[in-house]
Design a protein around this ligand. Structure first.
Ligand SMILES: CCCCCCCCCCCCCC(=O)SCCNC(=O)CCNC(=O)[C@H](O)C(C)(C)COP(=O)(O)OP(=O)(O)OC[C@H]1O[C@@H](n2cnc3c(N)ncnc32)[C@H](O)[C@@H]1OP(=O)(O)O
Ligand SMILES: Cc1cc2nc3c(=O)[nH]c(=O)nc-3n(C[C@H](O)[C@H](O)[C@H](O)COP(=O)(O)OP(=O)(O)OC[C@H]3O[C@@H](n4cnc5c(N)ncnc54)[C@H](O)[C@@H]3O)c2cc1C
Length: 669
């Protein structure tokens, strides 16, 4: 038990890798300096015995899980402060992002950080929607953890349709206060992370009434609990919503109001305002209230979708290299399961997806920053494109990631079903992101709205922005014979997207022409609209991956691997959606066998580098938390050690035998 020798199959895999793994790590991290910083950060946090798990959390009760998560969150945030004060290495924000959504956080609090919303949503909302004065007051209090805050938007009755929220904030000019009420059961806030028992303040999104008129939803800062006793303030009804599929330590809560008063100054007034006499001053755009949601969607693509998928892939690929089962040729000895082409088909396309997600996330982060700066100057022109791309990338990447994590689990057979594989909690974390911050279908339909408008603009000769420019050029280019090349893949994906968008636009027009109301026509076509948005996103990711792989400043050996992965991304999704490529990209059935062969050849080429690629993600054992995925490959020893942590193994005979089983066995039914 506990041997430190490396499994010999894994060792052989590492010796036969054709590229320099460290070069990939540096590329993945964004440069050698970033790798160094990340490793120092991991060492600082993960070597601390106080932060290490004593009993696997699966064996704790719901209450104990929360209490332990809170204990560790407090230690963790003290250490973040210590880290920033002593090393001066990296900004606090980088550290927070790594802790809250990144790999480091998942090593210490795998089921979620109850403080996450303070940093991920409360602070960005105050910074994006508060006046300078409000920022000066609230940001330092929340940043320094003098108060702990969350973001309370969703209600029992409404999550998606936020214009339908029912919580009311009614202005009373006689006291210059807003009065909060929850008029119905369905108006109770439901879901906010940390709301149950952790936070004492929240941004609450409510319908604003002043001078007898409703002005729609607005954000307010509301105190929920006493800062000393933590008792709920009068009129505040608050609690936790109970056990969930995953993320069980994030402390999601409910919240109701009965005549709760807050000062006028607690309305976040950067965009719209209520003056002391109750006069309402309009925002330049009512969509600026939705800014925090865009920020989180952008952050999720890299921080959750790509990061957690890289973890699942590391576990499944290392395991597949050492697990032996059956023979390909009778008598030739048992085969590493990674030799099976079907296994390669399960694992290598998700590796390609991981890279495509990372390039897309970097692009999205850059345009988020530039559009945010433009918004601050009052320029709203590029907001629709940012919103459309944040929506579809969040939806497609979280969907691909969750699906691929489940495929990774299945690819490890029975052992993957164990909590000690770390697949269940990894999946629980990622599938939640398919729903929160905008349910995926709903987000795809938001993108589709932008695409249909862009299509109409392309037809009328109007100008188009970067991501939809192809809607102008694609339909004009003649369809050429199929060629197996990256360039042709890039064009074919765009043709499929343009074709799907055109089909939707014309289906809607056709319906409207025969008298169907535009809104009904939209609903009738919405299956195709969601698909069109997905194909647009896929075409974008394909192109961004092509640009990245072909222009990366890396050694020829690594470049070859990047190009293979990029080709695999394209061929995999093409073969998975043949109908689309027949309909819109000039593909003929006689072209398919050569594309299938191309894809299979790519699997064969990637095979010797599979372990090298996941080693390149450089996820330490402490972060992986998996009996199946550890660097040394001593899987069976680890599975045994984990099994022996089960409280049922503490005694050779459990007390339930004497209480129930023995009397039952002796009862002679
Ligand atoms: C560091 C890594 C992170 C780690 C995190 C880990 C912890 C995570 C913890 C978990 C955290 C989880 C926390 C949580 O979950 S917090 C709760 C999150 N909730 C949601 O995301 C709700 C989803 N719903 C919506 O966003 C809206 O209601 C939608 C969009 C569906 C409709 O809305 P509405 O009914 O009002 O609009 P409309 O459809 O009539 O369209 C009208 C126009 O508005 C435009 N429009 C719409 N939206 C935007 C926008 N945003 N920017 C710019 N424009 C926008 C739109 O294009 C259209 O334009 P046009 O066509 O008219 O020109
Ligand atoms: C783990 C987790 C954490 C969360 N954290 C927070 C938080 O911190 N703060 C917070 O405020 N909220 C939070 N939420 C709530 C989350 O944002 C909502 O659950 C989400 O926005 C979806 O809303 P809903 O649950 O009302 O689903 P619904 O909107 O009821 O969706 C149900 C179904 O209806 C479909 N549907 C709905 N509208 C449309 C439409 N217009 N067109 C087509 N189909 C439609 C959807 O596609 C879906 O299939 C969290 C949720 C989860 C799961």
């Amino acid at each position: 038990m506990g041997s430190i020798t490396i499994n010999k199959d894994l060792l052989r895999e590492r010796q036969s890798c054709t590229f320099n793994v460290l070069e990939l790590t540096h590329l993945w991290d964004g440069g050698p300096e970033k790798t160094k910083e990340r490793k120092e950060l991991e060492k600082f946090f993960l070597d601390d015995p106080e932060l290490q798990e004593k009993i696997p959390s699966e064996y704790l009760s719901h209450k104990e899980k929360y209490q332990e998560a809170l204990r560790r969150s407090c230690l963790l945030f003290k250490k973040i402060k210590e880290w920033s004060d002593t090393t001066g290495c990296g900004s606090q924000m980088d550290t927070f992002q790594n802790i809250l959504g990144g790999m480091l956080g998942s090593a210490i609090l795998p089921d979620g950080v109850p403080f996450a919303l303070n940093y991920v949503m409360f602070l960005p909302t105050v910074m994006g929607q508060g006046t300078m004065q409000q920022q000066a007051y609230w940001v330092s209090r929340a940043w320094n953890c003098e108060i702990m805050c969350t973001y309370a938007q969703t209600e029992l009755g409404h999550g998606t349709f936020i214009r339908g929220l029912e919580t009311t904030a009614t202005y009373d000019p006689s006291t210059e206060e807003f009065v909060f009420n929850s008029p119905t059961l369905t108006s109770y806030k439901w879901w906010p992370g940390g709301l149950g028992h952790t936070c004492n303040y929240a941004v609450v999104v409510a319908q604003l009434y002043t001078k007898g008129q409703c002005h729609g939803i607005h954000p307010f800062i509301v105190q929920l609990r006493d800062e000393e006793t933590h008792m709920p303030l009068p009129g505040i009804k608050i609690g936790e919503i109970g056990s969930k599929l995953g993320m069980n330590t994030i402390n999601n809560g409910y919240l109701g109001f009965e005549n709760v008063r807050i000062p006028r100054e607690n309305m976040l007034m950067k965009n719209s305002k209520v003056l002391p006499d109750g006069t309402y001053v309009n925002s330049p755009s009512d969509k600026l209230t939705y800014g925090t949601m865009i920020f989180v969607r952008v952050a999720l693509v890299r921080g959750i979708a790509a990061a957690y998928l890289s973890k699942a892939l590391t576990i499944a690929t290392r395991y597949s290299a050492l697990r032996k089962q059956g023979e390909i040729k009778p008598g030739a000895g048992e085969t590493q399961i990674l030799e099976y082409r079907t296994q390669q088909h399960k694992l290598f396309p998700p590796m390609a997806m991981c890279f495509a997600m990372r390039c897309s996330a970097d692009w999205l982060w850059d345009i988020y920053n530039s559009v945010t700066a433009e918004l601050d100057r009052g320029d709203l022109e590029r907001l629709p494109e940012l919103h459309a791309m944040a929506c579809c990338l969040k939806a497609v990447c979280t969907k691909d990631s969750a699906k691929a994590i489940e495929v990774c689990r299945l690819a490890t057979g029975g052992h993957g079903y164990m909590n000690s594989s770390n697949f269940p909690s990894t999946y629980g974390m990622v599938t939640a992101a398919e729903t929160y911050e905008g349910e995926n279908t709903v987000l795809l339909l938001q993108t589709a709205r932008f695409l249909v408008k862009a299509w109409q603009q392309a037809r009328s000769g109007g100008n188009l922005t970067e991501t939809v420019e192809y809607l102008k050029t694609m339909p004009l280019q003649p369809l050429s014979l199929w060629v197996n090349s990256l360039q042709h893949l890039g064009i074919a994906f765009k043709r499929v997207a343009a074709g799907n968008i055109e089909t939707c636009a014309t289906s809607i027009e056709r319906r409207i022409l025969v008298g169907v109301a535009p809104e009904d026509a939209w609903n009738e076509v919405s299956i195709q609209l969601a698909k069109a948005a997905e194909t647009h996103c896929r075409a974008f990711m394909m192109q961004i991956f092509i640009n990245f792989a072909t222009s990366a400043q890396v050694s020829p050996e690594l470049k070859k691997v990047l190009i293979e992965l990029c080709e695999l991304y394209g061929t995999y999704f093409l073969l998975d959606n043949l109908g689309d490529f027949f309909m819109y990209a000039g593909l003929r059935s006689s072209d398919v066998p050569s594309i299938q062969e191309w894809m299979e050849t790519l699997l064969h080429k990637i095979r010797p580098n599979a372990v090298g690629i996941v080693d390149g993600f450089d996820i330490s054992d402490a972060v992986l938390r998996s009996a199946l995925g550890a660097y040394d490959g001593n899987v069976y020893e680890r599975l045994f050690a984990e099994a022996n942590k089960s409280p049922l193994n503490a005694e050779p005979v459990d007390e339930s035998f004497h209480k129930y089983l023995k009397p039952f066995l002796k009862s002679n039914l």
